[in-house]
Design a protein around this ligand. Structure first.
Ligand code: HEM
Length: 215
């Protein structure tokens, strides 16, 4: 057993603080998010998760990825439901990835070909975040946009996971069970920091269309 879960948490603490302090997230937390920027966030995430989930699926029998392969985390189908709710049935014609989202997608694609083990860093950064702070963001979206139960917030809902905290503990346990050299563990932490950087760049893009853009 390693303590990779703890290394990831501690090793990305500063990046997490940086993400929380982006203008976009500060606006979001204070309820100042516009529907336009939220939809843009969902659109970007759609491209990111489509790539991440197809990459993880294609490596699901890889000994490293298989331990961390949890299709119950998949967000793509839920994002499609939300995009259809906000943009209507022609939602695919209404969404484009921002330049930062394209960079993020390219990095995932690159790792899928060259270093698939490091996709674990991206899975950790996104899904553990969705299962944690994402749950507070869900309540904010519901109240700011005055939404009825389950409308427009599918992205934050994990119907196949009955207890989110229990699942996060299982996810951490699986991280610790991975048999990885110290060097590879350090690379996993470094790539998780890169995943935060890619997310922050994406949030900065959005900061420009929400008010005020103080990142
Ligand atoms: C304002 C925005 C955010 C808030 C309020 C927030 C809040 C939190 C909280 C309270 C936890 C701890 C949960 C626990 O230990 O059970 C957490 C964990 C986490 N968050 Fe965030 N978060 C935010 C943004 C983000 C972003 C943008 C990302 C990445 C894209 C992210 C990724 C993570 C990850 C990976 C963890 C798991 C840490 C670990 O236990 O290893 N968060 N977040």
């Amino acid at each position: 057993m390693t303590n990779l879960a703890e290394k990831l948490k501690l090793g990305t603490q500063q990046s997490h603080t940086n993400a929380e302090h982006t203008g976009f997230m500060k606006n979001f937390l204070s309820g100042g998010i516009s529907k336009e920027s939220f939809c843009q966030l969902l659109s970007n995430l759609y491209f990111v998760y489509s790539e991440l989930e197809s990459d993880l699926q294609s490596h699901q029998t890889d000994p490293m990825i298989s331990t961390m392969y949890f299709p119950e985390l998949n967000r793509k189908a839920n994002l499609e439901k939300d995009l259809s709710f906000y943009y209507g049935e022609h939602w695919p014609d209404n969404i484009t990835p921002s330049p930062a989202a394209q960079t993020y997608v390219s990095r995932l694609r690159e790792l899928s070909t060259t270093e698939p083990t490091l996709l674990i860093s991206h899975s950790y950064t996104r899904y553990m975040g969705d299962l944690s702070g994402g749950q507070s963001l869900k309540k904010i979206v519901q109240s700011v946009f005055n939404l009825e139960e389950h409308q427009g917030i599918c992205f934050y809902e994990f119907d196949e996971i009955p207890d989110l905290n229990e699942f996060k503990n299982l996810y951490r346990q699986k991280l610790n069970e991975l048999i990885l050299s110290e060097e590879l563990q350090a690379q996993v932490v470094a790539e998780a920091n890169n995943a935060f950087t890619l997310n922050i760049a994406m949030l900065r893009d959005l900061g420009e269309i929400s008010t005020p853009a103080t990142v």
